[in-house]
Design a protein around this ligand. Structure first.
Ligand SMILES: *Cc1c(COP(=O)(O)O)cnc(C)c1O
Length: 372
């Protein structure tokens, strides 16, 4: 049996969320973003589960693409940040990857390289995120230089990333989109713009391709959410069990530093999960937890291997009771990772990518029988 902490990964929910991303944008293709080990869910398993649905995948670096190829994934894989050094180009070709270019040195390296077949390439414009990409005024010359090298590159697309697509009423998003549209029109360029929030909420940003990431894993990236985001299903359930129970008097502290003090006689449950597993130590008292499908909360600081919850109002809970730290309880009750993240002063992305290798992933579903 061993330690009860497990990350259950529901591959049917992953497929449901991917289909939602695809159906929200019927004239776009949806690139499944599975960087950072599919946001902590296991990239090879997730890619296999999406392989019949997704026409291509996206990762952050060649090492991630290599592990997908080793895992038997033969679909196109886009390197979202392109190469990090020019000596990666022969490997890009061998692995059949698609490139993005965001800097002049990458363009020069690509133009100096002699591939056997042209490499599909997306050109990144900095429309206002101010992280990667060519300035809009420099973009047309880069575009034309690559367009004039059809033996080196093919399938040029204009790519850009939004800084604020998660805000529902935002001028900066409009400003970025207007800049991109102007360029795309003048170059007659197909685009790839939309991340998860733009896929969910901004049809005007849907391009030839979209790049949904976190929504595939069931997290809502939108401020407040919308009808589409409410259809997302959680993919990861982080579950464990109560391993010990304490009855303490009013006024007694719990855990390191005695951060939480019992306001009344209290029954405290100890859960096998801690920051050594990736559960965020910033979680405050009151962070929601499901015990036997019922909401209760964290009390006291998270330790490396354990955390403590208030069971005072759950008299039926005991040693061995099931605990869900986020995701879906066996009985159907859902504790959203976005809600947990808000108690940790962070976002779902850091919680998901933070789950450490000590936590076994158990995969469920994903049989590719029915619909596509
Ligand atoms: C990670 C990433 C995405 C996916 O973003 P989500 O918010 O997870 O949907 C899209 N595009 C780029 C360039 C990225 O780096």
């Amino acid at each position: 049996m061993g330690r009860p902490l497990v990350a259950d990964i529901d591959l049917d929910a992953l497929r449901h969320n991917y289909r939602l991303a695809r159906d929200l944008a019927p004239s776009s293709q949806a690139l499944a973003v599975i960087k950072a080990d599919a946001y902590g869910h296991g990239a090879v398993a997730c890619a296999h589960a999406l392989n019949d649905l997704a026409p291509a995948f996206a990762v952050a670096c060649i090492e991630e693409a290599e592990s997908l190829r080793r895992g038997g994934i033969d679909k196109p894989i886009v390197l979202l940040e392109g190469i990090f050094s020019r000596d990666e180009l022969p490997r890009v070709e061998e692995l059949g990857l698609w490139l993005s270019v965001h800097s002049e040195w990458q363009v020069e390296a690509l133009l100096a390289f002699r591939p056997r077949a042209p490499i599909p390439t997306w050109i990144k414009v900095d429309s206002g995120m101010h992280r990667l990409g060519f300035a809009p005024e420099h973009l047309p010359s880069v575009w034309h230089r690559l367009q004039d090298a059809p033996d080196r590159v093919s399938g040029l697309h204009l790519m850009s990333h939004f800084a604020t697509a998660d805000l529902l009423d935002d001028d900066y998003f409009q400003h970025q989109l207007a800049r991109i549209n102007e360029l795309a029109t003048s170059l007659d360029a197909p685009t790839c713009l939309a991340n998860s929030p733009a896929t969910l909420a901004w049809p005007r940003a849907h391009g030839a391709w979209n790049r949904p990431g976190v929504m595939l894993y069931g997290s809502n990236p939108l401020e407040g959410g919308n009808d589409a985001s409410r259809k997302l299903k959680p993919v990861m359930t982080l579950r464990s069990e109560i391993i010990a129970i304490r009855d303490i008097e009013a006024g007694e502290p719990v855990g390191y530093g005695g951060r939480w003090k019992a306001p009344r006689r209290s029954r405290i449950g100890v859960v096998a999960a801690g920051y050594g597993d990736g559960y965020d130590r910033h979680a405050i008292d009151g962070t929601p937890v499901l015990v036997e499908g019922q909401r209760t909360c964290l009390v006291g600081k998270v330790s490396m291997d354990m955390l403590t919850v208030d069971l005072t109002d759950l008299p039926q809970a005991g040693i061995g009771s099931r605990v869900v730290l986020w995701g879906q309880d066996r009985d159907g009750e859902i504790l959203s990772i976005d809600e947990v993240a808000s108690y940790c002063d962070t976002i779902s992305y850091t919680l998901l990518t933070g789950i450490l290798p000590r936590v076994p992933r158990h995969y469920h579903g994903g049989v590719q029988a029915d619909e596509a």
